[in-house]
Design a protein around this ligand. Structure first.
Ligand SMILES: [Zn+2]
Length: 114
């Protein structure tokens, strides 16, 4: 019986030793110095603001504001100097194409050339 006890002890001892060996020793992880982790220094490139397309391109069929003279049967741009001297009663504020005015018997002014 003593022999079996010895074997038992050996087994237990060996298990104990194995257990000790299996234990993770002192952590081998040295404190890693934070090297170059300061990513704040890298400035992200600011994206260029995309220029919005100019929406001032006018199609020929677009409506334009004209001032037509009901007396002289001529039509002008609203900024024409003749409009200022025009009688208010003769003014006809027209919005459309010049072709529409011509079709109604109006002629384009020779000063502002609408
Ligand atoms: Zn005019």
């Amino acid at each position: 019986m003593k022999r079996s006890l010895a074997i038992f002890l050996v087994v237990v001892l060996s298990l104990f030793l194995v257990g000790c060996a299996g234990k993770p020793g002192p952590e081998n992880t040295k404190k890693k110095e934070a090297v170059g982790t300061s990513s704040e220094n890298t400035v992200a490139p600011t994206p260029e603001p995309t220029p919005t397309p100019n929406p001032e391109e006018k199609t020929p069929s677009e409506k334009t504001k004209y001032i037509a003279n009901k007396n002289t049967k001529k039509f002008h741009y609203s900024h024409c100097s003749s409009v200022k001297t025009m009688k208010e009663s003769n003014k006809w504020h027209f919005e459309g194409t010049r072709d529409e005015l011509i079709a109604q018997g109006y002629a384009p002014c020779k000063i502002c050339k609408p």
